[in-house]
Design a protein around this ligand. Sequence first.
Ligand code: ARG
Ligand code: ZN
Length: 472
Amino acid sequence: TLRRTTIVTAAACLALAGGTVAVAASPVTGLHPTPGGTWAGDPYFPALGATGYDALTYHLDLDYEPVDASSGTLDATSTMTFRATKTLSSFNLDLRGLEVSSVRVNGLRATFTHVDGELIVTPRLPLLARLPVVVTVEYGGTTGRPRDIEDSLYGWVSTADGAMVVNEPDGAPTWFPVNDDPNDKAIYTFRITVPEGKTAVANGLPIGQPRTRDGKTTFRWFEPSPMASYLTTASIGDFDITTTRTEDGLPIIDAIDRDVTAANRTTSEASLAKQADMIAFFSEHFGPYPFTSAGAIVDDDTVGYALETQSRAVYSRVASEGTVAHEIAHQWYGNTVSPHRWADIWLNEGFATYAAWMWGEHTGGQTVEARAAAVYATPATSPFWSTVVADPGATGLFASAVYSRGALTLHELQQEIGEDDFAALLKAWPKERRNATGSTSDFIALAERISGQDLGAFFDAWVYTGTKPTTW
Ligand code: ARG
Ligand code: ZN
């Protein structure tokens, strides 16, 4: 009826405007607000992510001060927007190791609990299904050196001169409140304030010039393409920044920390000088580069690995040519199409490894065939073959087989379906799932659609079985 519509509309408007109305006790029936779920559903990470809403944007306003070589203080405000996917009485965000001082929902102070990394927020008013919501969280504390389930450093890693920020798989909650689920991509902006003299580099493009006031400098960055939370970065250091452009005008923004050794800096600069050629080569094979900027952040040896943070990968110690090719290839395989579940990680690492083999062959190194043969030569008795590539377990995400057996699988798939269908598949996967995610079964379905073949037995042997496949 008109009256009910009017009441609901009025309540919604008031909720958005920050007004108060006792909706739960009102004669408006049929709202049935229920709590949002505290788990996105990935079996490898039983408390990660949330359900009940769809994140739209995150604006992270971070003020960071290094304290000593391995810690610092973070004073932050996160402003996120989401769309409720059902009528919510409460919702949750992941945030670990930092303290929340206040939460506002649509401008109204909300109550919250924060236990074991789950920030559960109860707004004063129910959040109506489909309507956008603004959540402002003030938080902060001491940062250190978080470790993942395999004991690698990750998340907001404090360094002697700033921080290296690399979140894969579940490190984003170490520095901002987030629905930490690759299926819930969002648009990010960053405002990062650091002591004068330091430089902050995030994903995407800089907004305006850095501004200095009272001994602090503020940097702003904007990544206009939807991004999974594990691919965010906001790294801080004594960076030298250089900006170049590809022939197509894509900006390549590189940041190299002055604490990288002279030899590693020389090696890194030589590899980074090839980024434009790599992007051109991969674009030919994988389709147009999916983002609006590219580049690198090269820092000291603290974390000891590289990560394909969206549009601008982070490298620890050195950016070798093979690793740069690998991280750039991830922009297609991993970043524009991300894993639906973490068990699907081989779709990231197998493709990026395979792509680096392609780059090696293209530049006169070993052929893909030779690299594949070398992996296949691993004796059947080796524990290497025991990894189930499409289900490596939460502590096996970065097992070597996920990378090299994954890449070998793609090489074998090319033999199985032929060069033309394989070439079509390489382009179709990032194109059809642009700004989204895909699972192993989605990938198999696409390969079957393109080739017209039943590939069930092939994939069973290659990615679902923990033994060495017999030759195909
Ligand atoms: N995806 C990264 C790469 O191979 C590796 C990340 C390793 N992360 C970790 N927590 N160990 O490019
Ligand atoms: Zn990788």
